[in-house]
Design a protein around this ligand. Structure first.
Ligand code: ZN
Length: 278
């Protein structure tokens, strides 16, 4: 199933996407977070809900999960991206956080803040945690996932590189766009076969496949859950392939008016303009 959070005027609702239409879910289902927590109990009802379809094009898509839990992200996780940064191939997984306040809708403007002149895109597969847990074994990791989205780990490189900790450079408001909907895990049994692409103003900058992840999704879940409990509605940004603006010679960063599109096979595309902060 493909699940969205959308607004029409003042009204916010959940829906199931079918082709170019949304079947709205009645308010009794609550928020996307409620749906994720109660998924085993409500899955069948959600699948069977009938209602008057609304055209996808007539609504405003919100982040599918407007206020995620933790947003965890792994760095240097595709070999070609490791090479373009000049870093050594990591022997251990490199983790950082993006703050939940960075969550942004799939088509909402990416703000280029006054405080940064080096904002960059990173096309990534985003994992939405379902039941989660702690010390999850690699072979059980699949069962802890609710679904998948396309996302961009937008990065203010000047802030990211200014200190040894990436968190501030990765956490500007609007810099965690994801969506356009959550494709539930039962429809993507293997998340390691998906093409990942990024376009800036129609120019293809990144083109890879999740088969090329250095540490795959199951490795990632097993590793971080040794440390912290993964909870329903946490997000994992799983790393970006080569082709980021920072790796170009000379580097090219995002400008006001640039249109950034991230698409992932079978999960859909997010696309938004960059807007300079006033
Ligand atoms: Zn990233």
């Amino acid at each position: 199933m493909r699940l969205v959070t959308f607004s029409q005027g003042e009204k916010v609702a959940l829906g199931r996407v079918e082709g170019e239409e949304i079947i709205p879910l009645p308010p009794q289902f609550g928020s996307m977070m409620d749906l994720i927590i109660r998924w085993p109990q409500v899955r069948k009802q959600v699948a069977e809900t009938a209602g008057r379809p609304i055209s996808l094009g007539s609504v405003h898509l919100l982040p599918p999960l407007p206020r995620p839990g933790k947003i965890l992200a792994i760095g240097l996780n595709y070999a070609d991206h490791v090479r373009e940064t000049g870093a050594a191939m990591p022997e251990r997984q490199i983790w950082f956080c993006k703050q939940p306040t960075a969550a942004n809708g799939p088509n909402d403007p990416i703000v280029l803040p006054k405080a940064s002149t080096k904002v960059d895109y990173e096309a990534e597969l985003v994992v939405v945690i379902g039941q989660g847990g702690r010390a999850i074994a690699r072979e059980d990791a699949r069962a802890s996932v609710f679904g998948y989205c396309a996302g961009s780990d937008v990065s203010a490189r000047d802030w990211q590189m200014a200190t040894s900790q990436s968190m501030l450079g990765k956490s500007f408001d609007t810099h965690a766009p994801f969506g356009p909907w959550i494709t539930t895990a039962d429809e993507s049994p293997d998340p390691h076969t998906l093409g990942v692409r990024c376009f800036v103003n129609g120019d293809k900058r990144q083109d890879s496949n999740t088969a090329n992840l250095v540490f795959n999704v199951w490795d990632q879940i097993a590793h971080v859950s040794q440390v912290m409990t993964l909870e329903p509605g946490d997000l994992i940004y799983t790393g970006t392939p080569g082709g980021v603006g920072m790796g170009m010679k000379p580097p090219v960063y995002l400008k006001g008016g640039d249109l950034v599109r991230v698409e992932i096979d079978r999960l859909g595309a997010i696309e938004a303009f960059c807007r300079k902060e006033e």
